[in-house]
Design a protein around this ligand. Structure first.
Ligand code: PAF
Length: 282
């Protein structure tokens, strides 16, 4: 399997594919790959001539230095897992220097307000970091299609906005959330949970499912208050936010409208490990 650490070598390898208009599929990741990532990779392989997977823990999108330090780094295991999907996948695992060239800072973006909701409120600067690295990766790889998981639904909408506002010619494909048997959304951060915490964290998805049921007959405010109470009663979890929002604008739902698509979004700490999840409500 081809593994590139330097963008110059990757760019020259991809040049003939771009020149002959072959489709390049791209799966950006921060490693610690799970089945959700492997599904994105398999989807890309099925729909493109060549697939590139980046593995890069992007420092500029972490607002918490401890989270960055503890983020799992499992390159060898990741490469083995990708090989099992296909040995023809190309891996780009750059250093911070290769991406940032000595100035490890985010550019500042406007995503028309999407960046001020939910994750944006609690992780200042996070989406500038995501925008910066995703735009750089798109410039290097020049993909035809790029694949993102719906667990990070706000990120997916922000990447769509980035591409639209900067006229980047790439098709953004959102892929469904993969879940563990108990319903917990697959995430690289799950690796940091103990077996017991992993089991207990099934409460997150169970709560989202009940919230969805309740949303059929109750207001967004009533459902939100119910979720907040559920977590107040449970000392193993700290609820950071639960929001019901318009899927397109990500603006909090005050009064339901039949013409809008809504989603519930949640962020919860389990023993200092931050987990997020989302569910479509209608
Ligand atoms: O979702 C992620 O893993 C990251 O935010 C991404 C898109 C790879 C950018 O660093």
């Amino acid at each position: 399997m081809l593994i590139f650490n330097k963008k110059a070598a990757l760019v020259s390898y991809l040049k003939p594919f771009i020149a002959s208009k072959k489709s390049i599929g791209f799966v950006p990741t921060m490693g610690a790959l799970h089945e959700g990532h492997l599904f994105l990779i398999a989807t890309s392989i099925n729909n493109n001539t060549v697939t590139v997977v980046s593995i890069f823990v992007n420092p500029t999108q972490f607002n918490n230095p401890d989270d960055l330090k503890k983020y799992p780094r499992t390159l060898e295991k990741d490469v083995e897992n990708i090989k099992k999907v296909s040995p023809n996948v190309i891996v780009y695992a750059p250093s911070v220097e290769d991406i940032y060239e000595g100035s490890t800072y985010s550019e500042s973006y406007s995503f028309d307000g999407l960046e001020f909701q939910m994750e944006g409120k609690f992780r200042p600067g996070h989406f500038d970091g995501v925008g910066t690295v995703v735009k750089r990766l798109f410039e290097i790889i020049q993909p035809s299609n790029a694949y993102f998981g719906e667990k990070d639904f706000q990120q997916l909408q922000i990447v769509r906005k980035l591409v639209e506002k900067h006229h980047i010619p790439v098709n953004i494909v959102g892929c469904p959330i993969h879940r563990e048997e108990n319903g917990l959304a697959m995430s690289s951060r799950n690796e940091r949970l103990t077996a017991q915490e992993r089991q207990e964290a099934s409460l997150i998805f169970k709560t989202l499912q009940t919230a969805k049921e309740k949303f059929g007959t109750k207001s967004a405010k009533e459902v939100t208050e119910w979720v907040q109470k559920e977590f107040q009663n449970n000392t193993n979890f700290t609820l950071e936010y639960f929001e019901i929002a318009d899927e397109n604008t990500l603006i909090t739902c005050i009064r339901k409208s039949k013409s809008k698509k809504y989603r519930a979004f949640i962020a919860v700490f389990v023993n200092n490990i931050r987990l997020i999840d989302t569910i479509s409500l209608n």
